[in-house]
Ligand binder design. Structure first.
Ligand SMILES: NC(=O)c1ccc[n+]([C@@H]2O[C@H](COP(=O)([O-])OP(=O)(O)OC[C@H]3O[C@@H](n4cnc5c(N)ncnc54)[C@H](OP(=O)(O)O)[C@@H]3O)[C@@H](O)[C@H]2O)c1
Length: 206
């Protein structure tokens, strides 16, 4: 699969490495210019490229790996009809007060999907710290098969993302629809939790 990343920081770099390890190619973009991504691309090797946003959105699936508030700075038209993985988390102190989130009227990813109207959005990879992701992503270390939550309304995209999760050594855990993605947000017990499917299910309260 060809995987684009909006963001070239911690999350993008770790996921890109893991996906490349399974034969995928990646294109990363960032905020402060592609020159800054040069060392990252050199480290990731020939299956990785830096590119502008237009190049990133041409990939099969696009991972949002930016601070939550930055999502809303991205030109939404560019992602019309695209498959998106939302790996972001909302932190009011970093991202500002958003009434619908403060009042729990919407899940954070529902607002992302609202912004990218006409795109398919799945929330995934947001709960696990990147250090754990990198450390556990080998079958040898990940004997417990740590479960990663996944939520969304599009069954086909969910299957694709579940396959990526499985490929890199984890177990997908379906928390439900985009509205249900509130169960795996940064203000829930599932956030930062590292455990297998049964353990995660108890945390989530399913
Ligand atoms: N760190 C974790 O363990 C972890 C785990 C799961 C989920 N998350 C979530 O994933 C997201 C990314 O976290 P991170 O740790 O990877 O952050 P990070 O290391 O600070 O990287 C953020 C990246 O976003 C880029 N960026 C910011 N605004 C942008 C814009 N408008 N367009 C394009 N790129 C933009 C930055 O570009 P520049 O480099 O040019 O500034 C940077 O490459 C956050 O929402 C975080 O809460 C983090």
């Amino acid at each position: 699969m060809k995987i684009g990343f909006i963001g070239g920081g911690h999350v993008a770099q770790v996921l890109a490495k893991l996906f490349i390890g399974k034969g995928h190619t990646v294109v990363l973009t960032n905020k402060h210019g592609l020159e800054k991504l040069k060392p990252t691309i050199e480290r990731l090797g020939s299956q990785a490229q830096a590119g502008n946003l237009a190049e990133v959105v041409r990939q099969d699936v696009v991972v949002l790996a930016v601070p939550y508030k930055a999502v809303f700075e991205i030109e939404s038209q560019l992602l019309q009809g695209k498959d998106i993985i939302d790996a972001t988390n909302y932190f009011p102190h970093r991202d500002g007060d958003i009434e619908e989130l403060r009042e729990h009227q919407k899940a954070t990813t529902e607002l992302v999907a609202q912004h990218f109207k006409g795109a398919n959005v799945v929330k995934a990879f947001n709960t696990i710290p990147v250090a754990d992701l990198a450390r556990l992503a080998t079958s040898k270390d990940n004997v417990k098969r740590v479960a990663l939550p996944i939520a969304g309304n599009d069954a086909v995209l969910k299957d694709k993302v579940a396959s990526l999760i499985t490929e890199i050594g984890f177990t997908p855990y379906d928390v439900g629809s985009l509205a249900d993605s509130r169960k795996s947000q940064s203000d829930t017990p599932a956030f930062l939790f590292v455990g297998n499917k049964e353990e995660l299910s108890k945390k989530i309260g399913d």
